[in-house]
Design a protein around this ligand. Structure first.
Ligand code: 8YV
Length: 313
């Protein structure tokens, strides 16, 4: 008897084939009437495959009385209702580590794109503005600038490691000062924004960090400052971010994540001093394959009665 698995988001093709071979799949992702589908198959389901964006809600969990494990592709688990999982005795797993380098690379790409005006430079060549209007406006050097990282976890540290050889000064903010970390710790995020030229958000999403990058933080970063976000849209006051970018209280931003995905606030499209990316920092063939494999490995460990590879709760 193959265990019954609810697929909220499918895996990459290779791992999806393995999933299909090992389990009886119930394709929530393909169902037209989602609630009717859950009501129909819910009792059978022992495992869920999802991702960091979709997660699983308390309302969905209520349809799954026999659920044992939620295996999610993504390091962030703010979209998984872990409290409801705990109440139901459901284990959850995520996919840390395998995506760290790609996400840190994207933070660096946004950082460079924003600070050196890469996207507007591209348009300047394409549209012939270069020939018509002359040399492109000068930008600002990276070297000797101050970068504040909010959330010095695995990804934050990988971002810092990429920035170090560029000759920038690095500080970090988080819940606690970390032993054995050479970067300057700043307990107050507004003070760090005041000090920094660039602020990079790399903390987890969820209630604890909601709105942490407030209007006061963005104003402290200032007209010459840049905000980079590869964390979650929820960590920033997005209305304030839009307003600050528009009226120049904040210099520029590079964003991989938004409050409403995949249909972010349309105001962003009309703001020239922001570089936008469609939540794809972990979106490489290699990393998405590794994430899918880890989803499978966690399921396999569970059904073999072994310790989970990367448990959340
Ligand atoms: C994914 C992410 O885009 O890992 C995360 O937390 O946000 C991203 O890697 C997301 O989980 C969808 O797979």
């Amino acid at each position: 008897m193959k265990p019954d698995v609810l697929v909220i988001v499918p895996l990459r093709p290779d791992q999806q084939k393995q999933l299909e071979a090992t389990y009886t799949l119930h394709r929530y992702d393909l169902a037209e009437d989602k609630n009717a589908f859950l009501a129909e198959v819910g009792e059978k389901i022992v495992a869920v495959v999802t991702n960091g964006g979709r997660g699983i809600t308390r309302a969905q969990l209520a349809f799954l009385p026999n659920l044992k494990i939620v295996s999610s592709s993504g390091v962030g688990y703010d979209a998984i209702d872990v409290e409801a999982c705990n109440e139901q005795g459901v284990k959850a797993t995520n996919t840390p580590d395998v995506l760290t380098d790609d996400v840190a690379d994207m933070a660096l790409a946004l950082f460079l794109a924003v600070r050196r005006d890469l996207v507007r430079g591209d348009a300047y060549v394409r549209t012939g503005a270069w020939g018509r209007d002359g040399a492109f406006p000068l930008t600002r050097a990276i070297k000797a600038k101050k970068v504040g990282i909010v959330g010095l976890g695995r990804i934050g540290k990988a971002i810092a490691a990429r920035l170090e050889p560029m000759g920038v000064e690095i500080a970090y903010h988080g819940r606690h000062e970390q032993a054995g970390v050479a970067y300057r710790y700043m307990a107050d995020v507004v003070a760090m924004a005041e000090w920094a030229d660039v602020l990079i958000a790399a903390m987890p999403g969820g209630a604890a960090t909601e709105g942490m990058i407030s209007e006061a933080v963005l104003e402290a970063l200032g007209p010459e400052g840049s905000f980079i976000n590869i964390a979650r849209g929820s960590v920033v006051d997005e209305a304030a971010l839009i307003a600050c970018l528009k009226d120049g209280r904040l210099g520029s931003a590079g964003l991989d994540v938004f409050l409403n995905e995949p249909t972010p606030d349309t105001a962003f499209a009309a703001i020239p001093n922001v570089v936008l990316h469609p939540h794809n920092a972990s979106g490489t063939v290699e990393t998405r394959g590794a994430m899918s494999q880890l989803v499978l490995d966690n399921l396999a460990a569970y059904f073999a009665g072994k310790p989970l590879v990367t448990p959340v709760n």
